[in-house]
Write a protein that binds this ligand. Structure first.
Ligand SMILES: CC(C)(COP(=O)(O)OP(=O)(O)OC[C@H]1O[C@@H](n2cnc3c(N)ncnc32)[C@H](O)[C@@H]1OP(=O)(O)O)[C@@H](O)C(=O)NCCC(=O)NCCS
Length: 187
């Protein structure tokens, strides 16, 4: 596995709240970019007042910390190894099946297009299957999300199938490709 040295997985800190923005009630998404974010805030503020970003950001971060405490899973920041700046997040969430976790990941827009997700996903998935002793890491990817498919495939995940209308978002449902990585897939 060729891990890049540009990034590390790190605990999410309160300062990282700056890269999240509200997308709905108790829902947060990565800030697209400074310009787009300002535009979005201006247009949203015409419709309704947003709650303070710092408080919402801290609440989001506390929810991420709480995932380990509650046994739900583990939520980490993908950080620039030099500056320590958070570039995104990588998350493991337990499934109902014993020994099985789902992996999720995203990068802020300015960090995309540089193949930074693959080494972070590789590091976390391999840790789950070795140090943490789990049996299976799953990834669900929308068929249109080619970059994400490339990420899991480059890490060694195998595609198992196409599940119709499986993912549920705020206002839509979507198909999902299901991928898995097992200890026996690790080189
Ligand atoms: C998915 C995501 C994490 C990938 O981040 P990234 O590391 O910056 O990915 P890159 O843009 O560098 O692309 C990774 C690979 O996909 C390829 N790729 C990206 N977009 C592509 C496209 N539209 N068509 C074909 N290939 C594409 C890249 O060429 C690269 O391939 P390579 O490594 O074989 O050269 C990032 O786009 C993101 O955060 N998206 C929003 C959240 C999300 O979709 N998360 C995953 C949910 S399953």
């Amino acid at each position: 596995m060729n891990l890049q040295s540009q990034e590390v997985l790190a605990a999410i800190t309160p300062e990282d709240g700056a890269f999240m923005e509200p997308s709905g009630r108790n829902q947060w998404q990565p800030v697209a970019d400074a310009q787009a974010s300002q535009t979005a805030r201006r247009s949203q503020s015409r419709c309704h007042r947003l709650r303070p970003v710092a408080a919402e950001g801290l609440a989001w971060i506390e929810r991420q910390w709480g995932r380990a405490d509650s046994g739900e899973g583990l939520s980490l920041a993908i950080a620039d190894a030099t500056s320590g700046d958070a570039l995104g997040a990588a998350v493991l969430m337990f499934r109902r099946q014993p020994g099985t976790v789902a992996i999720g990941y995203w990068l802020v827009e300015r960090a995309r297009g540089r193949r930074l997700a693959s080494p972070a996903v590789a590091l976390l998935a391999r840790w789950a299957l070795t140090d943490a002793g789990l049996a299976r890491v799953e990834a669900l990817v929308e068929p249109e999300n080619i970059a994400s498919q490339r990420v899991v495939e480059s890490v060694g995940f195998r595609r198992e199938g196409h599940m119709r209308s499986y993912l549920v978002f705020n206002a839509r449902r979507a198909d999902a490709l299901i991928y898995s990585l097992l200890p026996s897939d690790l080189a």
